[in-house]
Design a protein around this ligand. Structure first.
Ligand code: GUN
Length: 300
């Protein structure tokens, strides 16, 4: 039987509807709106698209949304000055500096400069530490949290399952490990992390009840690399040449979709899988930050 499609578009719309309702309630009771500032340095075309989507979604949800585009030659000092201003702005609850930044800027210093209470990406070491110790009062990293919500809202419980993550990036692989192995509802998995130096990745992924691929290689995960009935989550976004499209390119994930879908029990498509969830969880983090800034619990 072909795999059930885990539809990130539909599930993200549910999450966004909840966020919009909670945001409206906050406005009605406290007169405040969640505010997010998205900072882009330079003109990277993919980043421009991502930043535009974040700004639009924030506006759609009734948030205060600020997009700051700085020239590609912006100095580190000037960027840090922009962040300091946003840290001090009471109308802004979440700050995101789109990655990658130009070479003259040290990304680590930028992350450290963001007030941890406004770190809606969950990149600051303070929030990464909270994540690792299971303190859920802070922020959760948007993409891995989106994956957990896709599983939870699709009725897939990771408890006691073997989850295999491919990729060890700071944005996806490492926090994915932390969330899946967490002692918490929907988590509690046994987790294996494979990466570029793992010999024979298929030997590990074939043991996975849940396989999360975040390696950034088109058609990397093939049907022979999964066990029948596995749940396959594709975090990859890869641009491949496709002469039949207007742009000459097409976006695909890490998974050889057709053959894996024929063997898996559930699978996320690309596009329309994890991608929309990342933005939805970013908005949820901004709402959480706003609630906390107003003396309320993060959720409720
Ligand atoms: N670049 C690609 N993904 C992300 C993300 O989730 N946050 C930020 N700040 N930059 C990114």
């Amino acid at each position: 039987m072909p795999a059930r499609i885990i539809d990130g578009k539909i599930i993200s719309e549910q999450v966004n509807a909840e966020t919009a309702t909670a945001s409206a309630a906050l406005h009605a009771s406290r007169g405040v709106r969640p505010g997010i500032a998205v900072v882009l340095v330079g003109e990277d075309p993919a980043s421009q698209v991502y930043v535009g989507s974040k700004e639009k979604k924030a506006k759609d949800l009734g948030f205060h949304s600020l997009k700051i585009v700085l020239p590609k030659e912006t100095s580190q000092a000037d960027l840090l000055a922009v962040i300091a201003k946003l840290n001090a702005d009471p109308a802004i609850h979440g700050i995101l500096v789109q990655s990658p930044v130009p070479k003259q800027i040290d990304e680590r210093s930028v992350i450290l400069a963001i007030d941890p209470a406004k770190d809606v990406d969950c990149f600051h070491p303070f929030n990464v530490g909270k994540l690792l110790i299971g303190d859920t009062d802070g922020f959760l990293p948007c993409t891995p949290w989106g994956v957990m919500e896709l599983l939870r809202r699709s009725g897939i419980d990771a408890a006691g399952k073997h989850a295999v993550v491919i990729g060890r990036s700071t944005i996806v692989g490492k926090p994915m490990l932390a969330l899946l192995m967490q002692k918490a509802a929907g988590a509690d998995a046994t987790v294996t992390v494979c990466h570029s130096r793992t010999p024979d990745i298929g030997a590990f992924t074939r043991q996975g009840d849940i396989v999360v691929s975040a390696i950034g290689k088109a058609n990397f995960l093939t049907a022979d690399m999964i066990k029948p009935g596995a749940v396959v989550i594709d975090v990859g976004i890869n641009r491949i040449v496709d002469a039949s499209t207007k742009s000459g390119f097409r976006l695909v994930g890490d998974v050889a979709y057709a053959e894996v879908a024929a063997k898996a029990s559930a699978i996320t498509p690309v596009p329309g899988g994890v991608g929309p969830m990342t933005i939805a969880m970013l908005m949820r983090n901004t709402l959480r930050a706003c609630r906390r800034a107003n003396g309320l619990p993060a959720e409720g």
